[in-house]
Design a binder for this molecule. Structure first.
Ligand code: SF4
Ligand code: SF4
Length: 453
């Protein structure tokens, strides 16, 4: 018998809160949170609220719009079809709120972002920290931070994200913190955002073990000549590009995953396309390397010059083209679809993650620094009111009204990187469709396409 196929079941918590589809005796419409994707075998339907992915086989596709069929009844029970008057946005807000209440933050700190220094050994013009006066963590503060971590872990493992500046400029602080944590028997793992220059291929295995490092992110802004010019390291006469590339190999050999980030806008797009080819040639088949092209942030607020729609469109198209090329070269793949619904945006509204600055100040997010401080290593209490304020959402924009991404789109008022424009939204929808296609391909590989309703 030809039936609906469940490719990904719904998030059970959302399903539990929603119950069975409402209404049903009268007319029905498609949910606003629907993404549809025709495939050879039929039509894939994705509900971005329940997170369920279904295949309607080709033989049934003609019944999708025919009222009163068993297919439509099944889709109504699963919230793909809803009564026309249903306030779906109100429903999402209620569900988010309930999920937050049902899943309070852990009563210990699960992750620390640690700025060992705001100094850097490179001098990139686009760096968001340009203009900061460098501050570097003292060994005494490093000791206090390790003690704070031990006191606030309640015996649970936690994560550390080494950040800067360039964190390795102050690796003494990293070593000191980790040694103290090891001596106390703490369980922790770390990741690092670094330019990779100060790593040493000879000692990297031992360093990774000391820091419990399992992943790092390294930015490459171009091939050899462009990279050396843009990074403009403080060491005269070095070929930083070759050194960093060598260190990427050393990291993967030591078992560390490396994400290579390529920042671009239209001014360096050609260089980034050439770098992409070079990276594919060098790292193809290296499962520990992922390459990701990132459009340079568009600034908002007073004094910012918004990009034109044409520029935004060109950038989004360029990003997709780079992603397609990297995917074909085995260095990227579409994101998997989430299995559980989002009710936080990031560390800033998590309630159990902190950022620690070089002088011991505690904040919510590395990007906001001074304006988001909520405490200090020396004081026992965090500013609960400031933590609550960080959860405030940006007002919805008119385009949210018919946006299928709305249930998973959380934008914090305090975040400077949340601009939404039609080109970005269209690109995000396209990326979601790519993820749907990828899930379907994975499903077929795993099951031979045989799991029926
Ligand atoms: S902010 Fe943009 S992506 Fe998010 S729901 Fe609104 S229109 Fe969609
Ligand atoms: S910059 Fe925005 S997304 Fe990033 S951690 Fe801060 S608030 Fe969250």
């Amino acid at each position: 018998m030809t039936e609906l196929k469940t490719i990904i079941p719904p998030d059970s918590r959302v399903k539990g809160l929603l119950g069975r589809g409402r209404g049903g005796d009268g007319p029905l419409r498609w949910t606003s949170f629907l993404l549809r994707l025709p495939v050879e075998e039929g039509v894939l339907l994705y509900n971005s609220l329940t997170l369920e992915l279904l295949l309607v086989p080709g033989e049934l596709a003609s019944e999708l719009e025919a009222p009163g069929t068993a297919l439509r009844e099944a889709l109504h029970r699963r919230w793909f079809l809803v009564p026309p008057e249903l306030d779906e946005h109100g429903l999402v807000r209620e569900i988010r709120q309930t999920l937050r209440l049902m899943n309070p933050p852990a009563p210990w700190i699960t992750k620390y972002t640690v700025l060992t220094t705001t100094a850097c050994n490179a001098r990139c013009a686009y760096c968001f920290e340009e203009g900061w006066s460098p501050r570097t963590m003292s060994l005494e503060t490093a000791d206090r931070l390790a003690d704070y971590m031990l006191a606030h872990s309640a015996g649970h493992p936690f994560g550390i994200d080494w950040f800067g500046g360039e964190p390795l400029v102050n690796r003494r602080a990293m070593d000191r913190i980790c040694t103290r944590l090891h001596n106390a028997g703490a369980g922790f793992k770390s990741v690092m955002t670094t330019n990779g220059y100060l790593l040493d291929p000879e000692t990297i295995r031992a360093d990774a073990a000391l820091w419990q490092l399992w992943a790092c992110q390294i930015t490459l802004d171009g091939r050899e000549e462009a990279y050396n010019r843009i990074k403009n390291y403080i060491y005269p006469g070095v070929n930083a590009y070759r050194r960093v590339r060598g260190n990427i190999h050393a990291m993967t050999e030591a078992g560390v995953k490396v994400t290579i980030r390529m920042n671009f806008d239209l001014s360096n797009l050609e260089e980034i396309s050439l770098l992409t080819e070079e990276l594919i040639e060098e790292f193809r088949g290296e499962s520990r390397v992922l390459v990701t092209p990132i459009i340079l942030y568009e600034k908002e607020g007073p004094g910012a010059k918004p990009r034109t729609p044409e520029t935004r469109q060109a950038l989004q198209e360029a990003q997709q083209k780079l992603l397609d090329r990297l995917e074909a070269g085995g260095l990227n793949r579409p994101a998997r679809l989430p299995r559980t619904q989002n009710f936080h945006m990031c560390m800033a509204d998590s309630g159990d993650k902190l950022t620690v600055f070089p002088d011991g100040e505690i904040g919510l997010c590395e990007q906001h620094n001074r304006s988001n401080l909520i405490g200090h290593l020396d004081s026992p209490e965090l500013d609960g009111a400031a933590m609550q304020r960080a959860c405030a959402l940006r007002p919805e924009i008119p385009a949210c009204g018919d946006c299928p991404l709305f249930p998973g789109c959380i934008r914090l008022d305090i975040c400077p990187n949340q601009i939404c424009h039609p080109q970005r939204r269209a690109a995000r929808e396209e990326q979601k469709r790519n993820s749907i296609r990828y899930e379907w391909e994975q499903y077929k590989l795993k099951t031979g396409g045989s799991r029926h309703e």
